[in-house]
Design a protein around this ligand. Structure first.
Ligand code: GLN
Ligand code: ZN
Length: 764
């Protein structure tokens, strides 16, 4: 029999129940026991969903109140002193590490939080001391949750993060110099102890995640796997199924321990089906292969035919008894259930599967290969029908989009002239002073703006009333910029709910959900738009507001767009055409917008691409270069339709470009604004080293804090930047958009910023 298996289930519940409970607990509105009871209710509900669906291997310990890596930090007592010394109870100490604690005389910031591989989930980074020790927590959570499920009549396979990944995903604490991987010998006994406790509780198999195997690893980390897993094996311990996901592991196969030490291996066959051959050839004669064929990262229905083919070919190679059908990764990255979507067009709803639906898919596939297709004929037929409908839908076959794509040529990717020529025309045209000042686009999104937007969405005010309100907001923002005496204005983006959603709602090819939330970090969830079909722009999206703003201002007005890669990355993309094609479609739509803005008298246009870096493939090398090449092309396609005298800006919320600076340079944007106030001005050295010719505005102050830096502080910051950048190259702007700020601090900070710019302007 081929077993079905799920690697992890989303934690939030049907309607973000966990978010609500944790936030209520933080606000002191519910007690700790209420919170724990809610956690238990959710775990039981999720186990039951999987059990009722007929899943053979159900995960436990995938649930976390904040983050599963943080769970392990506490599980192994890798808790920095600053959190343990206050005598906080277990759960408060846990949240203190996750989100900081500022109460009752305790004031401690959170541990660092970083992206989980290339997903939009963020984990809490383990943070180690030079004299780090580890100790298994009392009443360890993996054991507790296994028993909790068992008591409810459900046998589970606990999920734990493997020791090599746990260390490698961590870092030395501030002021410490330990290399995390050097702590392995100290950590392994604790893993053994945990596994023993699990075995004692009745656990047969454990899913041990080592996702870092998809990376290019330093030799020391690679070499850690064999000895580690030799120590973690033995008859007195549960069998280990080592799970990898989000990439292929072929380049690291040689580091895996020999078969007698590993019961099985899980690989992601959605992302990298081609790795199957190499993996199978390396498997020992008894080793199990868990085939991840149901996508844990996207919302599409699984193509049963294709998935079954992959599983069948695995079976042919290793035999039925050694294959498990599984989700490609944990389902953490998909929304809970499609059943909550009452407003989705039935046509596209039929193409989707969220976590609850994917659970059933795993079961159907396992049944199909175990008992033969006849056993699930109805499901297979319905699936084939749905696949065919999607493939032939008008949404996925927009002929005019295809025709346009076919006509894209090299010329369309390049501005008319090289930068020096453009620059002299722009200078003439825009008449900007040296050290020009600007902002990144948004001004404070006040509660009044949100109230009016809500009223408009609910139909409580008319479109005309809402437009009037927006115009009024724009008037205010322009008046304030006049007072501040900025050089390049923005309209303030009051009409935008979110920088991707706003465009998605105005493009054909996108759909939106009502409850399809996925956890981003802690209690924070996002609801990404979904690209369902070919993208096109039925009408201008931003011209009305920008044109209105330009008509009211004496200074150049900067138009503001979200770039193709950011639109793509912050959505659920299609899985039936390559992402580069989706980026190209988005680019063509944005290109029209850029050209329309120019025709409407907007001669400075900023195309934001903050998500460019997070799209970087996990490994360096060919895959990364491919991505950068099509991503850069998309940006250039979007922005190259304008005259030389029109100035193209782009914005990035970071300044760590070292790994891929050639791509940033290749964008050929006339002006880049980047984060720099929280990072080191030294990062600007890359512009010097590469003799970067174009203009740069490294953020002179941090917009994430209400703090108002003094004029002197900004002058000092600019002085530092001048060590790296030519005076004619330097723009003066904040780090990022101001939408999360209040007006008071915004005006004060911008006043100081403009004064700092003027100070240097007068000196040159
Ligand atoms: N133009 C956007 C704004 O100002 C940019 C936001 C971002 O970089 N994340 O809000
Ligand atoms: Zn930004």
């Amino acid at each position: 029999m081929v077993a079905s298996s799920v690697l992890g289930f989303p934690r939030q519940g049907v309607l973000r129940d966990l978010k609500k409970a944790t936030e209520a607990y933080w606000a002191g509105k519910i007690s700790q026991s209420d919170l724990l009871a809610e956690g238990k209710r959710l775990r039981l509900a999720h186990w039951k969903i999987m059990k009722d669906a007929g899943v053979d291997i159900i995960p436990s310990n995938d649930f976390a109140y904040y983050d599963h890596v943080l769970d392990h930090i506490q599980l192994f007592n890798a808790i920095p002193d600053r959190y343990s010394k206050h005598g906080l109870d277990t759960i408060d100490q846990y949240f203190a590490m996750g989100r900081g604690h500022q109460k009752d005389g305790i004031d401690v910031p959170s541990l660092e939080m970083v992206k989980w591989f290339d997903s939009n989930y963020h984990y809490v980074k383990p943070t180690f001391q030079d004299n780090q020790t580890f100790k298994l927590a009392d009443d360890p959570k993996p054991v507790r949750h296994f028993l909790e499920a068992k008591e409810a009549g459900i046998t589970t396979r606990p999920v734990i993060l493997g020791p090599v990944s746990f260390l490698h995903l961590g870092k030395a604490d501030r002021g410490q110099s330990v290399q995390p991987i050097d702590l392995l010998d100290k950590l392994l006994p604790v893993y053994v102890e945990l596994l023993e406790a699990l075995k004692k509780a009745g656990v047969e198999d454990v899913q041990i995640d080592e996702p870092i195997l998809v990376f290019d690893l330093p030799p020391k980390v690679k070499e850690a796997f064999k000895p580690a897993y030799e120590k973690l094996s033995g008859d007195f311990l549960p069998r280990l199924l080592l799970a990898t996901y989000f990439g292929d592991i072929v380049h690291n196969l040689d580091v895996l321990p020999s078969i007698q030490h590993l019961y099985g291996l899980h690989i992601d066959l959605v992302r990298n089906p081609e790795q199957l051959e190499s993996i199978v050839s390396q498997l020992g004669p008894q080793q199990i292969l868990s085939a991840g064929v149901v996508d844990g990262r996207n919302i599409w229905k699984t193509n049963f035919k294709r998935a079954i083919e992959i599983v069948e070919s695995t079976i042919q190679k290793v035999g039925k008894e050694r294959v498990i059908v599984a989700t490609s990764s944990s389902l953490l990255h998909v929304p809970h259930t499609l059943d909550s979507e009452k407003k989705l067009d039935p046509e596209v709803k039929d193409w989707f599967a969220f976590a609850v639906q994917k659970v059933s898919e795993v079961v159907v596939i396992a049944k199909a290969v175990t008992e033969g297709p006849a056993a699930v004929r109805e499901e297979l037929e319905a699936n084939a029908k749905s696949m065919a409908a999607r493939a032939s839908s008008k949404r996925t076959n927009n002929q005019s989009v295809k025709d346009r794509l076919a006509k894209v040529n090299d010329e369309m990717h390049n501005r008319q002239s090289p930068f020096p020529e453009r620059h002299s025309q722009q200078k003439e045209h825009l008449k900007l002073p040296t050290f020009p000042t600007t902002t990144i686009g948004s001004f404070p999104q006040t509660s009044e703006i949100r109230i009016q937007r809500n009223k408009f969405t609910k139909g409580e005010i008319t479109e005309e009333e809402y437009n009037k309100f927006i115009e009024n907001e724009i008037d205010q923002v322009i008046k304030i910029q006049d007072e501040l005496d900025l050089d390049v204005y923005v309209h303030g983006e009051p009409e935008r709910n979110d920088m991707v959603q706003y465009f998605g709602e105005r493009l054909d090819g996108y759909v939106f959900t009502t409850h399809a939330w996925v956890q981003s970090y802690g209690s924070r969830c996002v609801r990404p738009p979904i690209i369902v079909g070919d993208i096109s722009r039925p009408a201008p999206m931003t011209v009305k507001e920008s044109k209105y703003a330009a008509s009211k201002s004496k200074k150049p007005m900067k138009g503001m767009l979200t770039g193709p890669i950011t639109c793509l990355r912050w959505s659920f993309p299609r899985d039936d055409i390559h992402q580069s094609v989706q980026a190209q479609q988005l680019a063509l739509a944005l290109r029209d917008e850029v050209v329309d803005l120019e025709s409407a008298g907007i001669y400075v246009i900023q195309v934001d691409e903050p998500a460019l870096r997070e799209g970087l493939p996990l490994r360096t090398g060919r895959e990364r270069e491919n991505y950068l090449s099509w991503a850069v092309d998309a940006f250039k396609l979007a922005t190259s339709g304008v005259k030389d005298s029109t100035q193209i800006h782009s914005h990035f919320c970071y300044s760590e470009f070292q790994d891929f600076f050639h791509a940033i340079a290749a964008l050929d944007a006339d002006v880049l604004s980047i984060e720099n106030s929280k990072s080191d001005a030294k990062l600007l050295q890359v512009f010097v080293d590469t003799a970067y010719p174009r203009h740069i505005g490294p953020g002179v102050y941090d917009i994430h804090s209400p703090r108002v830096p003094s004029e002197q502080e900004m002058k000092d910051r600019v002085a530092e930047m001048r060590r790296y950048l030519r005076p004619d190259q330097l723009w003066i702007n904040p780090d990022c958009g101001l939408k999360t700020r209040q007006w008071k601090e915004t005006k004060e900070a911008l006043t100081n910023m403009v004064n700092a710019a003027k100070f240097y302007r007068e000196k040159t």
